[in-house]
Design a protein around this ligand. Structure first.
Ligand code: 3PG
Length: 212
């Protein structure tokens, strides 16, 4: 899975967030993202039906790698793995979750904000971390500073990324990929406008190609 995720992110270094409660909607959203060129999808566990949505994408959508985001507890990490999640994203760094995932060879991207957290993630054995909330936690200058110190770490900034700043983030060599919810706007989903989601995905892929 590590290699599959890397090769997908090499092609399109963007991780769209899918949230919601309805599996059919989640499936159509994931298909729209895939059709726009994005093959790595994070379903965030922020509602009762979120895990069902993730399972539905795993079962019904070809050609995407699906992970679980907003994983707060070790039990959730276990449970999403049993449901077919291929990676785990956490808002912050909890050693027990990261260590559990490492032991199971499950890619895990915990959020980090400070040098201390990045170093702790490094000590645990992680070489890719989320940088969250990117725009509030120092943005590009912070990533540049981390990059100069943590030479073998790569970062996935999320939180406040949009088409306006995506290119700037992706231009940094220490940035593996950017994540965010701008690709799945609530209004488009409410309106059933999946074509808009595909267009947003295509726009992100175009921006990525311009800087990589
Ligand atoms: C996350 O979980 O990474 C954030 O909710 C994404 O932030 P965004 O909504 O600003 O893209």
């Amino acid at each position: 899975t590590h290699a599959q995720i890397s090769s997908q992110l090499e092609r399109a270094p963007i991780v769209p967030l899918v949230s919601g409660d309805d599996p059919d909607t989640a499936v159509r959203t994931a298909e729209a993202l895939r059709d726009g060129g994005l093959g790595v999808i994070e379903v965030v566990l922020r509602s009762a039906g979120a895990q069902r949505c993730m399972e539905a994408i795993v079962e019904r959508v070809e050609g995407v790698i699906v992970g679980a985001g907003t994983v707060l507890a070790l039990d959730q990490a276990r449970s999403v793995e049993a449901s077919g999640a291929q990676f785990v994203v956490c808002p912050g760094l909890v050693d027990a979750i990261a260590e559990h995932c490492l032991a199971r060879d499950m890619p895990c991207f915990p959020g980090t904000v400070t040098a201390g957290e990045v170093q702790r993630a490094h000590a645990i054995g992680l070489r890719v971390v989320k940088f969250f909330p990117a725009s509030l936690a120092g943005g590009i200058p912070m990533l540049k500073a981390f990059g100069s110190v943590f030479r073998d770490m790569r970062f996935m900034p999320t939180g406040g990324i949009s088409p306006d700043n995506l290119g700037e983030f992706l231009a940094l060599p220490q940035v593996l990929a950017c994540g965010g919810s701008w690709l799945t706007p609530d209004d488009a989903i409410a309106a059933g406008d999946y074509a808009k989601i595909t267009r947003l995905a295509e726009q992100a892929v175009t921006i990525a190609r311009q800087v990589r």
